[in-house]
Design a protein around this ligand. Structure first.
Ligand code: 5AD
Ligand code: SF4
Length: 469
């Protein structure tokens, strides 16, 4: 069923609270608390949505568990940016059909970007009838009502909206980390890069009001959070459509004033909207980390044009120079797509040329994945998989030695590392420098959440090795 879009308000939040209480009362009566597990695919936006699902489930009297085998309630928070993420979900759902036979009370819920595609919903209705609850990206706050409806009706509940309603503030959230947190500053995307499904499944761009963001960050700081990650598909266009005229640079300056917060990160920046004002704000604000993720996607101007990226290779490289001139020790990371329709050897060379000139500290590299409904899916000259794979390997051969070289330059220096967790070797912990480089050093779990001075003694391509000083 595609529901009409009713605008949720804070009254709506109260309504969901009532459903939460009803479900909690049901769960309180059970001999054993039902256990839940959330399996999250995709980006940080999804990871943050899962924290909200987690918060709501706990308030409803469910208990978390780490293994699907033990779970009575399983949620897949899905991604559809590339096909393999979708295939994984279908594969897992096949397996869950058998698991549900062993535990007939098991409930399976699906949500997230993949569910915003009508063909996916059709497939689930036809082939995956063991799924109990399906919802999309615009109505996660309705989870309590959907669970309640499913219990009451004893039949599957599908609730997919095709556009957003108002932004619902103050959902209960359980943060994965005590000392760091993500904060949505905006939702959706208006850019329509021709390969990308996100604008179709996350809707139009809308920004949260600065006072709501500031209040959330202040509350996080009061709760012991040291590092915040400001999240949006394109943070550089933050503020459009808000009553108050405010830019992302101004928002950064305001967040920088909040006592208790020690590190500020943000994701993702679109090169076409990156302003001088933002570069100055980054340089001025002490708490804003010296790292920027600035996807360039492709080096060929012809490909960039057909990707609808609205900048050129030259403009991108100029930006990189400008950023480095203002913030000399900044780390720049990027996203690159190989195998976009019509890509030639020469185009790949242009991409590699950007890699060599920009000298990235890290790159997420992807093989183009055809997404039905996007303009690129209809373009001629789709690149054969074998060719894309070959070019992908060539790209990595250009990216990795530079990353290694930049890491090597850090050996001998001391950096502040925010410790995240215990490493695979239990004698070591891992953490991030301000420029977001991963560091391993000897230490125990008590250090998690602390900012420690670490002298770098050695490095690999993807991490540094050091010792506490
Ligand atoms: N195929 C491959 N990679 C993609 N991305 C987005 N859409 C696609 C696609 N269809 C990549 C882009 C983006 C990152 C989040 O995912 O590089 O920056
Ligand atoms: Fe997709 Fe482009 Fe929007 Fe990023 S900016 S989410 S790549 S459409």
């Amino acid at each position: 069923m595609r529901s009409p879009v009713t605008a949720p308000s804070q009254g709506e939040l109260q309504r969901q609270n009532d459903f939460m209480l009803k479900i909690k009362a049901i769960n309180d009566q059970k001999e054993k608390r039902p256990r839940f597990m959330i399996n999250t695919f995709g980006c940080q936006m999804n990871a943050h949505d899962s924290e909200k699902l987690d918060g709501m489930l706990r308030q409803m009297g469910y208990e978390p568990c780490d293994d699907e085998k033990d779970a009575d309630f399983i949620i897949y928070n899905t991604c559809c940016v590339r096909e393999n993420a979708e295939n994984k979900v279908y594969g897992n759902l096949g397996y869950l059909k058998h698991a549900k036979k062993d535990n007939p009370d098991m409930k399976i819920a699906l949500c997230g970007c993949m569910m915003q595609q009508p063909t996916v919903i059709e497939t689930i209705r036809k082939k995956y009838r063991h799924v109990d609850i399906v919802f999309g990206t615009f109505n996660i706050y309705k989870l309590p009502e959907l669970i309640y409806t499913n219990i009451e009706s004893a039949s599957p509940v599908f609730d997919i909206w095709d556009k957003h309603a108002d932004i619902v503030e103050d959902l209960p959230t359980v943060r994965k980390f005590k000392y760091k947190a993500s904060v949505n500053i905006m939702f959706g995307c208006n850019n329509f890069c021709s390969y990308c499904i996100v604008p179709y499944v996350r809707g139009r761009e809308r920004s949260r009001r600065p006072e709501d963001i500031i209040a959330e960050v202040k509350a996080l700081a009061a709760d012991g959070v040291k590092e915040v990650m400001l999240l949006g598909q394109n943070v550089n266009s933050y503020g459009r459509g808000l009553e108050e005229e405010i830019s992302f640079a101004e928002l950064l300056r305001r967040v920088n004033e909040i006592e208790g917060i020690e590190r500020i990160r943000f994701m993702t920046s679109h090169p076409k909207d990156l302003s001088d004002e933002l570069i100055s704000a980054m340089a001025d604000c002490k708490k804003v980390c010296n790292h920027i993720h600035l996807p360039f996607q492709a080096g060929s101007n012809e490909i960039l044009k057909r990707m609808n990226r609205r900048y050129t290779k030259e403009h991108y490289l100029e930006l990189v120079d400008k950023i480095r001139a203002a913030i000399p020790d900044i780390a720049i990371t990027t996203d690159i797509i190989i195998g976009f329709p019509g890509e030639t050897e020469k185009d790949v060379e242009e991409t590699i040329d950007v890699v060599k000139k920009a000298r990235f500290n890290g790159a997420f590299t992807f093989i183009y994945s055809k997404r039905t409904g996007t303009p690129a899916a209809e373009m001629p000259n789709q690149v054969p998989e074998a060719e894309a794979k070959k070019n992908f390997d060539k790209l990595l051969e250009a990216v990795n030695p530079i990353v290694y070289e930049l890491n090597q330059k850090k050996v001998g220096n001391t950096y502040k590392v925010l410790v995240d967790g215990v490493s695979s070797d239990p004698l070591f912990v891992t953490g991030r420098t301000e420029d977001n480089t991963l560091v391993h050093f000897k230490g125990c779990s008590e250090l998690i959440g602390d900012i420690i001075n670490v002298k770098i003694t050695d490095c690999k391509t993807f991490y540094l090795i050091g010792e506490q000083v």
